[in-house]
Design a protein around this ligand. Structure first.
Ligand SMILES: [Ca+2]
Length: 302
């Protein structure tokens, strides 16, 4: 009996202890739940905010692309184009909507560049004139011109190497993006960055003499010197070329002008569009190539 009472007391005490432990445990669980809940609310709010900012930035970037595509479509009706690059920065576009935002549109004329795909004809044969131009462009940029052999083997469908290792793991078809050049033997980051502003894989391959930069103009012909190419730039700064035959009006280019008529144009058809939108430090960049028929040739979002 004594033992029972003792046991009972013990049981009561034990029950009290158990209850206390339970309360403590419950409090502990509730506290940790409260902390976890508060943390989740914080995380969810933060994630939601980031998602909203990312979504807004993405929409802004896409809207910029749509606006640019309409601008490019309108260029179809003009008789010549003469602006190589347009950059429009906008700061804090709408303070009511976004605390901190910026938006930049950049349009670059792809016809101002050398189309690297044109060195190989669709039938697989080499286009000697274009191939020569690529070699001259590389040489002018202080890059080993033999790199043109690697590029030709990378594109052409046959497996016959121009140099010992120039057909190693080649694509054997046209480049879809200039970024693919990085996979070609001998094209390191520095070489790629050097040639990048002057090459494209889009457009007809015709070079717009109103917008092409000096290295591209020099590469147009064996007889084109740096001095003559500079004369083209001087001429167009005063008066854009309204017709490609007007290149013969540039002093010293009367004969060379005729030789390159099949390689040049005064009207561009393909444009690279880079839209960069930032909303509260979340950035979305879209890079595309759009032609004057509003066809998207290339599109990368990041
Ligand atoms: Ca090949």
């Amino acid at each position: 009996m004594k033992r029972t009472i003792h046991s009972s007391v013990f049981t009561v005490n034990n029950k009290s202890g158990t209850a206390l432990v339970l309360i403590l445990l419950l409090m502990s669980i509730l506290t940790s739940l409260a902390i976890e809940f508060a943390y989740e609310v914080y995380i969810n709010t933060s994630a939601l905010s980031n998602w909203q900012n990312a979504h807004r930035a993405s929409l802004l970037s896409k809207s910029g692309q749509i606006i640019c595509s309409r601008y490019i479509k309108n260029l179809r009706g003009v008789s010549y184009t003469h602006i190589r690059e347009i950059e429009l920065p906008f700061e804090n576009i709408s303070k009511q909507m976004y605390e901190d935002s910026s938006f930049t549109i950049k349009i670059i004329d792809e016809n101002s560049k050398f189309n690297i795909n044109t060195i190989i004809y669709p039938n697989g044969l080499i286009n000697e004139k274009a191939f020569f131009s690529l070699k001259k462009l590389l040489e002018y940029l202080n890059i080993n011109p033999s790199l043109a052999m690697y590029i030709a083997d990378w594109i052409d469908t046959d497996k016959e190497p121009r140099l010992v290792d120039s057909e190693h793991d080649t694509k054997n078809s046209y480049l879809w993006s200039i970024e693919e050049l990085k996979f070609i033997n001998g094209i390191d980051k520095k070489t790629f960055e050097t040639i990048k502003p002057y090459i494209t894989v889009n457009g007809s391959g015709l070079i717009n003499i109103n917008t092409a930069e000096l290295p591209v103009l020099v590469s147009l012909s064996d007889n084109m010197t740096e001095a003559l190419a500079k004369k083209i730039i001087d001429y167009r700064e005063n008066l854009p070329f309204e017709d490609k035959t007007h290149i013969q009006r540039v002093s010293g280019l009367e004969a060379i002008g005729v030789q390159i008529l099949d390689r040049i144009t005064v009207k561009s058809s393909d444009f690279r569009v880079i839209t960069n939108a930032a909303v509260n430090k979340i950035t979305r960049v879209i890079e595309s190539v759009i032609d004057t028929s509003m066809t998207i040739q290339y599109w990368v979002e990041g």
